[in-house]
Design a binder for this molecule. Structure first.
Ligand SMILES: [Zn+2]
Length: 124
């Protein structure tokens, strides 16, 4: 397994987007991130997108979160920057516990049943 910046990678080239003028050759990391080559350096695309918006390099401690949970969706509106990894983790834990509450508890009975039904339908 090859490693880029400590990330295990699979060398699978993108199969789409070649007609896009912004198309860049890249590959996916084992954990689902897109890596592209920028000025001869390999960088995870979601970090590069934020760097371009901020006009500066990201500090290694800074973390980028994908709001919709899809690590391949690197549109700027899907990305959220955290100053440290621990703040990112805190945020994710809050979201996770909120989602669990939403699905399984702390809901009035009627709404709870509707949410459970939606969830059950989704599983099928
Ligand atoms: Zn995250």
């Amino acid at each position: 397994m090859e490693k880029i910046h400590g990330i295990e990678t699979i060398r699978r080239n993108y199969t789409n987007g070649e007609n896009n003028p912004n198309y860049k050759r890249g590959w996916w990391t084992e954990s689902g991130y897109k890596v592209i080559s920028e000025n001869g350096k390999d960088i995870r695309e979601h970090r590069l997108v934020i760097e371009k918006i901020l006009g500066r390099k990201l500090h290694p401690n800074e973390r980028v979160h994908h709001l919709d949970g899809d690590k391949s969706n690197n549109k700027p509106e899907n990305l959220m920057l955290f100053p440290t990894g621990s703040e990112h983790i805190k945020f994710e834990q809050k979201i996770n516990s909120f989602a669990k509450k939403l699905m399984w508890g702390n809901l009035d009975e009627k709404l709870g049943k509707r949410v459970k039904k939606l969830f059950d339908n989704f599983k099928e």
